[in-house]
Design a protein around this ligand. Structure first.
Ligand code: GLN
Length: 486
C-alpha cells in the first residue's frame, strides 16, 4: 500500500473522488512514511492522531464537492494552527499554542484537507539551508550530507520524500523556490497579496507570501486554487475573483514572449546552470514561445536592498517577543529591563539576532535616510525594471539558484555566501510579482537544479501554463533511494 504515497496530489484527489480510495488508507500510509522518515527531521510537531480522526470522519460522510477531499497535509511551522503548537523554528515559540487558525490553512481545511503535522523551517524563516532552526537542521532526502534549502526546508524535504502529498511554505526572499529547486520539487511564490498573511508568523511583512510546494505543476495549480482568497483581516490582501487554476491549466504557450535577463548571468556561476538555462530556452522555443533578450538593470542592487528592507521589518515585527506577550520568558534578571534582555538573548538564535541588529541599525536616526530610505527608493527602481520588461514580454526565464544544494555546514558560518544563494529569487519579492521554480535537470553530483519563471502581477495562470508545458518536455524524475529508511 505504501505505493500510495508516491502518487501525486492530483491522482490522490481523483482516486478519492471516484471512491477507489479512502482517506484513512491515504492518511495511514503517509503517517507510516513520516515515521520511517524521522531521520530527515522534517517535522517539528506531528498531528497524526488528529489526522486519523479527521480521515475516519471524512470516510463516514465524504464531501467530494471540494478541491482537496480527505487529503492529509503537513504545513510549514510558520502557519498558526489552532490548538497545535506553532514554533516558527524558534525557542521563543517552543511552547506556543495558537488559539486561532491562519487564513491560508483555514482555506485548505475548508476544501476538505486536514493537518498532518508542522514542518521544520529556519528560525522565523530567516535562512537558506534550514540550519538556523532551533529544532535542528533538515536533511535533503536526495543526499544525506546536503541541505534541503530554506527557509521552507522541512516542507521541501517532506514533499520530496513523500511524507506529505503536498505542502505550503512562505517566501520572503526565496524560501519556497530555493528549497523546491534543491529537492527537485515545484514551488510557487504568488503575487504579493494573493494569499492572506493573517495568522502567519511575520518576518518582513511587505515581502512575505505563502505559496504551494508540490511534486508537479498540476498539484501546484490545485493547491494554489485552494489557498488563495480575499481576506479582510489582511490589509494587503487583493480583492479579486478566484481563478480555476487547475481547470484552466493548458500546455498551449504558442506565441508567448519570454524574456531572458542578461543581468542574471552572474560571475562564477557554474557552467551547468548556464546549460540548464539554455535547455529551458530551447524547450520554450520548441513549444512555440518567442525568446527575447531583456535587461533588469538594477538586479545587482536587489540583495543589498533586501538585506536592509527585510531586517528592518523583521526587527519591528520581532519586537513583540519580549517575554510578556508571547512565548518564552527568561527566569533570569533582577528587573523588567533585565528580563527583556535575557528573554531576547536566550530566546533568539544567532541569525535572528543578526537581523534584529541590522534592522534596528538601518532604522535608527542618523542612518535611516542613508540605508532604509535609500533601500526603499532602490526597491522602486527594481520594481520599475520588471514593469518595463513586462511591456514587452509575458514572462521571464532564469535559473532558480546559482548552485545546487550545498553541504550541511558549508555556509553556516559565512552569512554573506549564504545570502548570495538568493540572488535570483530576491528581486521577485521586492517587486511583488509571482514566480515558480520547476525541476529542470541534475548537476554532476546528481543533485537537482531548478528553472524559475517570473510573471506579471496576478499572472499565476500564465506561469503555471508555461511551467506545465515545460514540465512535460523536461520529464524530470526524482531518484529516491530512501537511505533514511535504513
Ligand atoms: N534566505 C532568505 C533570508 O534568509 C529568504 C528567506 C525567506 O524567504 N523567508 O532572508
Amino acid at each position: 500500500m505504501s505505493e500510495l504515497t508516491n502518487k501525486s496530489l492530483t491522482e490522490l484527489v481523483s482516486l478519492i473522488k471516484t471512491k477507489e480510495l479512502k482517506s484513512e488508507d491515504i492518511t495511514k500510509d503517509f503517517i507510516d512514511n513520516c515515521n520511517k522518515g524521522e531521520k530527515l527531521n522534517a517535522f517539528v510537531t506531528n498531528a497524526f492522531d488528529h489526522a486519523l480522526d479527521k480521515a475516519k470522519n471524512f470516510d463516514k460522510n465524504p464531501n467530494l464537492n471540494c478541491l482537496l477531499p480527505g487529503i492529509p497535509l503537513a504545513v510549514k511551522d510558520l502557519f498558526c494552527t489552532e490548538g497545535v503548537r506553532t514554533t516558527a523554528g524558534s525557542k521563543m515559540l517552543e511552547n506556543f499554542i495558537p488559539n486561532y487558525e491562519s487564513t491560508v490553512t483555514n482555506n485548505l481545511w475548508s476544501e476538505g484537507a486536514f493537518l498532518l503535522g508542522k514542518l521544520n523551517c529556519d528560525e522565523f524563516a530567516m535562512g537558506s539551508s534550514n540550519e538556523t532552526s532551533y529544532f535542528g537542521n533538515v536533511i535533503n532526502p536526495l543526499k544525506d550530507n546536503v541541505v534541503p534549502g530554506g527557509s521552507s526546508g522541512g516542507s521541501a524535504a517532506a514533499v520530496c520524500a513523500n511524507l506529505t502529498p503536498a505542502t505550503i511554505g512562505t517566501d520572503t526572499g526565496g524560501s519556497i523556490r530555493q528549497p523546491a529547486s534543491f529537492t527537485g520539487t515545484v514551488g510557487l511564490k504568488p503575487t504579493y497579496g494573493l494569499c492572506s498573511r493573517w495568522g502567519i508568523v511575520a518576518f518582513a511583512s511587505s515581502l512575505d507570501q505563502a505559496g504551494p510546494m508540490t511534486k508537479n505543476v498540476s498539484d501546484c495549480a490545485l493547491m494554489l486554487e485552494a489557498m488563495v482568497g480575499f481576506d479582510p483581516k489582511d490589509s494587503t490582501s487583493i480583492n479579486k475573483k478566484k481563478e480555476n487554476y487547475s481547470k484552466n491549466l493548458s500546455k498551449d504557450i504558442k506565441g508567448l514572449k519570454i524574456g531572458i535577463p542578461k543581468e542574471y548571468r552572474v560571475d562564477g556561476m557554474p557552467s551547468q546552470i548556464e546549460e540548464l538555462w539554455d535547455k529551458g530556452k530551447k524547450i520554450l522555443k520548441e513549444e512555440g514561445a518567442e525568446i527575447i533578450d531583456i535587461s533588469l538593470p538594477h538586479t545587482e542592487y536587489a540583495l543589498p536592498t533586501y538585506y536592509i528592507v527585510a531586517p528592518a521589518e523583521a526587527s519591528s515585527n520581532l519586537a513583540r517577543y519580549d517575554g510578556v506577550k508571547y512565548g518564552f520568558r527568561s527566569s533570569k534578571g533582577a528587573n523588567l529591563i533585565e528580563m527583556y534582555e535575557n528573554t531576547r538573548s536566550e530566546g533568539f538564535g544567532d541569525e535572528v539576532k543578526r537581523r534584529i541588529l541590522i534592522g534596528t541599525y538601518v532604522l535608527s536616526s542618523g542612518y535611516y535616510d542613508a540605508y532604509y530610505l535609500k533601500a526603499q527608493k532602490v526597491r522602486q527602481l527594481i520594481k520599475r525594471d520588471f514593469d518595463q520588461s513586462f511591456k514587452n514580454v509575458d514572462a521571464i526565464l532564469t535559473p532558480s539558484t546559482p548552485s545546487s544544494a550545498f553541504q550541511i555546514g558549508e555556509k553556516k558560518d559565512d552569512p554573506i555566501s549564504m545570502y548570495l544563494n538568493d540572488v535570483f529569487t530576491v528581486p521577485v519579492n521586492l517587486a511583488g510579482v509571482p514566480a515558480i521554480s520547476i525541476p529542470a535537470g541534475l548537476d554532476k553530483n546528481k543533485l537537482p537544479l531548478g528553472l524559475q519563471l517570473i510573471g506579471k502581477p496576478l499572472a499565476e495562470q500564465t506561469l503555471l501554463n508555461i511551467a506545465y508545458s515545460m514540465e512535460d518536455k523536461i520529464n524530470f524524475k526524482l531518484d529516491l533511494n530512501k537511505w533514511w529508511e535504513n
